[in-house]
Design a protein around this ligand. Structure first.
Ligand code: NAP
Length: 254
């Protein structure tokens, strides 16, 4: 028997600020929901959270059916492409409505034309000069791909376990810090480097580094978002809540 709170629910695929805010909103409205996390963070888990992969598309289809999921809001990070593709496929098979809630990218940022846009980490590595002092802000999972860069690297990550530190060059400087960061702090950090490498995560949460890099004349290598299948999109917590309310268990939504 499944716990009551796991049935007839709205599922939020999370792991992001958007996912956390949405969960707070859903809790406040009284809708039945579950937040799903991959299990990468050590932050305290909020209520109504399940953790771990579903086991690919087939596993997610089973989950959607077993829990009689009403609808799915994909609030994963714009670079969580595999999860996004799985969600599209599984929701199609299980006939569950799906919407994506994501922050706008930086393609239209006023400074976007000044950056070197690349499509992969390999291309980002290739865009570096050997002597460049680099600030790497691409996240934990991808950092090791820059290990061949001969110049100095500062890598900034939200969480830095010893296990992860063992995957990167010992001479790198690890900066463990969780945003948002203000422009003044970013100016100080960027004074130490020649190049900033960033993913097009988008939104305002992490954008101070972009302005600071411009001021400091630091080159920016920007990794473009991966291609993911098109699905209906909402752009704010309120919009996502309204969409959820339209699909929620009617008893809970009233
Ligand atoms: P990914 O490559 O798209 O997904 C890899 C696998 O992790 C998926 O196939 C799925 O496993 C599992 N997974 C991912 N998100 C999940 C979720 N919300 N709930 C349950 N299982 C999930 O994802 P990723 O880039 O490794 O990111 C993992 C998580 O970190 C995501 O939730 C994402 O929102 C968050 N995050 C990612 C980034 C980034 O830059 N990639 C940055 C900040 C936060 P199964 O196939 O077994 O279902």
């Amino acid at each position: 028997m499944l716990p009551g709170w796991m049935r007839d629910v709205i599922v939020v695929l999370g792991g992001t600020t958007e996912g956390r805010k949405l969960a707070q909103g859903l809790a406040a409205t009284g809708m039945d929901y579950v937040v799903s996390l991959a299990g990468r963070t050590t932050l305290e888990l909020p209520e109504h959270t399940r953790v771990g992969g579903f086991g690919g598309v087939a596993g997610l289809v089973t989950f959607l059916r077993d829990h009689r999921v009403r609808a799915v809001i994909d609030a994963t990070h714009p670079f969580a492409a595999r999860m996004q593709r799985h969600a599209v496929e599984a929701c199609r098979i299980a006939e569950v409505p799906l919407v994506r809630f994501s922050r706008p990218g930086w393609r239209k940022h006023p400074l976007a034309h000044t950056w070197t846009w690349v499509n992969s980490h390999a291309d980002a590595v290739a865009a570096l000069h050997d002597t460049d002092r680099v600030l790497l802000t691409v996240g934990r999972q991808e950092a090791a791909q820059y290990a061949c860069h001969p110049g100095p690297v500062i890598v900034r990550v939200a969480e830095a376990s010893q296990e992860w530190r063992d995957t990167i060059p010992a001479q790198w400087t690890v900066l463990q810090a969780r945003g948002p960061f203000d422009v003044e702090a970013e100016r100080q950090l960027l004074a130490e480097v020649d190049v900033l490498v960033s993913k097009d995560s988008g939104g305002t949460f992490n954008e101070a580094k972009l302005e600071a890099a411009h001021e400091r004349d630091v080159r920016v290598v920007m990794i473009a978002r991966p291609d993911v299948p098109h699905v209906p999109h909402v752009a704010s917590v309120n919009e996502a809540l309204a969409w959820a309310a339209a699909h929620a268990n009617p008893k809970a939504a009233t």
